[in-house]
Design a protein around this ligand. Structure first.
Ligand code: FPP
Length: 247
């Protein structure tokens, strides 16, 4: 499907980040178990990924499971892990055919081994695809990511491979999970919550934010269109002052 006519193709965000919130409330409001919300949320994600690709968004990063989400009831955690694995297995071939490059960010070592294997497979198989870069944050926490980067850099200094004076923003970035990927231009969070919840704190220093009351399972192309319309009306200055137009 083509880009809606009133969206400017020159001002499409290159990288969209999404906090998919409200699965549980969506399910509750229908008298369904929370896991039904996650199942529907996964369908929404597939639809939005396709839409991003159609509309020329080159990267999509979605927050699927945070380092704090382990504290949910064990049945829900188990269900989510199973869902990630099943979806990867089921959707990989189609995503590969459509040119999707899949990445995962987060501490993947703590995931069930079978999921870990599936993740490694999907990343290796799609590594050269170029249509869209689809990143899933799983067992991800931004503070943890930044701490890990500090640790790695400290080790290099300790080993004499690096001088403390050479530490700069570029170097820190190289040690984040997102090394070599441009920062998100736009963040969308659904379900009316207006916070970052430990997601891409470093990377989103200059990201535009868009919040909507829609629960994630109900988020669709129309909702994405509205978010993009809002984004295109923003004046991104990155801390600078816009030069005045001469009369
Ligand atoms: C937030 O809603 C959602 C999650 C923590 C899980 C997100 C997972 C999916 C959308 C499934 C995606 C599938 C793949 C393959 C990544 P919530 O449970 O916090 O909702 P609530 O705030 O209403 O309780």
């Amino acid at each position: 499907m083509n880009l809606p006519l009133d969206l400017d193709p020159q001002k499409i965000p290159q990288h969209l980040a999404i906090i998919m919130d409200g699965n549980g409330r969506w399910a509750n409001s229908r008298g369904l178990p929370r896991i039904a919300g996650h199942r529907q949320g996964a369908k929404t994600l597939k639809e939005i990924l396709r839409c991003c690709k159609d509309w020329g968004i080159k990267a999509l990063t979605a927050y699927a499971f945070s380092t704090e989400n382990w504290q949910r009831p064990i049945e829900e955690v188990d269900f989510l892990m199973l869902l990630f694995e099943r979806l990867l297995r089921r959707e990989l071939a189609e995503m590969h055919r459509e040119g999707v490059r899949i990445s995962f960010i987060g501490d993947l070592s703590a995931l069930p081994p079978s999921l870990h294997t599936e993740i490694a497979n999907s990343m290796a198989e799609t590594a050269k695809n170029q249509e869209i870069h689809f990143t899933l944050a799983v067992n991800y926490g931004s503070r943890n990511e930044i701490t890990r980067a500090c640790y790695q850099i400290a080790e290099l200094v300790e080993q004499g491979k690096l001088n403390a004076a050479d530490i700069n923003e570029n170097l820190v970035e190289q040690h984040l999970y997102t090394a070599n990927t441009p920062a998100p231009d736009l963040l969308i969070r659904t379900s009316g919550e207006m916070r970052l919840s430990n997601f891409l704190l470093w990377q989103m220093a200059y990201t535009e934010m868009y919040f909507t009351d829609i629960f994630w399972p109900d988020f669709n192309r129309e909702a994405l269109y509205k978010a993009l319309l809002s984004y295109q009306q923003r004046d991104r200055r990155f801390g600078k002052v816009k030069p005045l137009l001469s009369a």
